[in-house]
Ligand binder design. Sequence first.
Ligand code: IPM
Ligand code: MG
Length: 358
Amino acid sequence: MEYNIVVLDGDGIGPEICKGAISVLERTGAKYGHTFNFRHCLMGGCAIDACGNPLPEETVQACLASDSVLLGAVGGPKWDHLGGDVRPEAGLLGIRKAMGLYSNIRPAKLWSSLADASPLRKDLTKNGVEIIIVRELTGGIYFGHRERGFEANGEEFAVDTERYTTHEIERITRIACELAMKRTKKIISVDKANVLENSRLWRKVVHEYVEKNYPEITVQDMLVDNTAMQIVKNPAQFDVVVTSNIFGDILSDEAAQVTGSIGMLASSSLGDTTCGLYEPIHGSAPDIAGKDIANPIATILAAAMMLRDSFGLTEEYAAIESAIQRVLDKGYRTADIWSEGMTKVAGSEMAKLIADEI
Ligand code: IPM
Ligand code: MG
């Protein structure tokens, strides 16, 4: 089969990690008889530099016409002084919205060969950790009414609003339920219902929806502050977690670190079609950009998820995942996951080692 993939390299380490992922995709295509066509488009800071807009219309059209999109990372200090809607991040939020990608799945798994990389005590992780965060991605405070102004007395104020409708909560709950049905049939729904009206609606809709459509599934509610604590206290209690845009943003970074390195975790963003956006969950790491030390594994895994979740290529997904596992088992590590006795390799070398294992 032939697949058209748009690559949004983005900023900082984005181009180097995308390059690594493309090389692994190419090797996978060669082995399994697929052609992957890559079209690179601008988004983020690089797009601001080139045309003054973090999300050029041409990029939106290319993404919408593609079979799926691979994204590196966007942002950096160079653009930090810019206003909200012209920042690199606005490009990312804009493309999520334009493609209707309301469902963001962020699996945080502790790789057996990286158990030492977790900052948690061994007894907390010895039975493995796999937390799948299902984050609502096109609503909530990220897209609510926003305002900046001055009070009559001259004092400056700012407003951001959290808004969810029943339908938005139901469709993300359905995604979490579909995942849970293949796993433990348990969902933890995270909110702040002791304070926020929005969370009270969230909680009610999640329960009603699950009871009506997935009676086999058990829902446990957890307040977001307690969740942040439980993730480091007893990470093994989590399986599928469903939550709002902002809570999912925060908790997914925490869950990632619990599994050792944010450089290992990928995410998928999907809507109602198979055309999705796949990205590492880490940022553009401008401090290490261009030094060839960034870990490409998260982006390689993101590319693998694209094959599985958008193209239905499960065997190819498994081939990439096990290639990563074998390279780690042989002791190769990028700087972020390196420990005594392991072989430290550059980012490009890591990608090549994985491609060679396919
Ligand atoms: C993420 C990032 C983005 C987000 C930023 C870069 C806009 O932190 O994907 O987690 O907040 O969604
Ligand atoms: Mg984030």
